[in-house]
Each structure stands twice: as C-alpha cells, then as structure tokens.
Design a protein. Structure first.
Length: 199
C-alpha cells in the first residue's frame, strides 16, 4: 500500500532592495537592521520559474509577518490567501554594537550572529528562544500540512534552517538546505503517520 505524502516547502524570501555593501560603524548596525526589515523587494531579482511552479500546486501558503517575506509570498502566489504568523519571522540578531569600526553590514551581521550563537543576545531574541520558537513553528507547519496536504512557508534563512532541523527529527525527509534568496527545501512525510502524531 502506498501512503499519501504530506509536503512542506521551506522557501527563503527574495532579495531586499537595500544596500548591504557600504561600510557602516557598528553603532549604526541597529539602524541598518531596521532599514533592512522595512525594505521592499528588489524587483530585478524575481523568483525563479521553478519556485513559482511549486507555489502553484501547494494547498496553503504561509509567511512571516516581515515585509520581505510577505512581498515574496505575493510574488510567488498572487491572489492566494496567506497564513501570516510571527512564529515564522527571522531569528533575532543583536544589533546594539558600541563600536566605531566600519565594516559592511554583511560582516557586522556575521559578527553579531556568531556572538549570538555563543550566547550574546543583548537587545534581541536569544538563541534558545529562537530554537523554542522554531519548535512551535514546525508544529504549526505540520498541522497546516495535515489539513491542506501541502504547505509552502515563505520565510527566512536562519529560522527556516532551525525549523528544518526540528522537522528532520520528527520524520520529515527531503532535500538539503541552502541559504540563497529564493532557495527551496522540499520535505515529505507519510500523511497517515503525520495525522497520527498531530491528532
């Protein structure tokens, strides 16, 4: 007997139209993060046709409450209702960096993220807090997949990776993760096993 398969697709949002190459002081990183969170998508980098095709057949489209994720979801699934939930927002990053040293925002983000993994969260969600939220987000996606048969989450690089780890430990299997804009991780699990676990 071939069991029906439930599917979860984890998609990273498209590229925001915001400068991440001009060096800034560490003390300006918090301002840069706010600007990045509020930036629209770069329309010169549209979603690949393959990702659009995948979005066309899923039973449900979910997204975080951040602008870049919501605008990406609209491009992928125009006219479709969206399940928007802050559970899927990107993991917090500490941005209060009292330094006059000038680095590109990309480098400051790398430094801040390494410090975050080591336990420094300061003004942001902690690593343990993000992992706990990833567990709840994975449960939410599993429930959406149970109800709709398939779900596409248009989310964020690190939070998607944390969610993927949780799903992998609970029986979901699929392609490897990567962090490029518009990247997709496709996961499957036997629908009957999923229903037994969730119910």
């Amino acid at each position: 007997m071939i069991l029906p398969m439930a599917k979860i697709l984890l998609v990273r949002h498209g590229r925001p139209a915001f400068d991440d190459r001009t060096p800034i002081a560490g003390s300006g990183f918090a301002t840069w993060v706010r600007g990045y969170d509020g930036a629209p998508l770069d329309v010169s980098v549209p979603p690949p046709p393959g990702v659009r095709a995948q979005a066309s057949y899923v039973g449900c489209v979910a997204t975080s409450t951040l602008r870049r994720a919501q605008e990406s979801a609209v491009l992928l699934a125009p006219g479709r209702p969206l399940v928007c939930d802050s559970l899927f927002a990107e993991a917090g990053i500490p941005s209060a960096i009292p330094s006059s040293l000038r680095l590109t925002p990309r480098r400051w983000a790398f430094v801040a993220r390494v410090a975050w993994f080591c336990g420094w969260s300061r003004d942001a969600e902690s690593f343990s807090g993000a992992r706990s939220r990833a567990h709840r987000a994975a449960e939410r996606l599993a429930e959406l997949a149970r109800v709709h048969g398939s779900v596409m989450l248009v989310g964020h690089g690190l939070m998607n990776a944390l969610i993927l780890r949780v799903l992998g430990r609970t029986g979901w299997h699929g392609s490897a993760s990567h962090a490029a804009y518009w990247s997709v991780v496709a996961l499957e699990r036997a629908a009957l096993k999923l229903a037994a676990r969730v119910d």
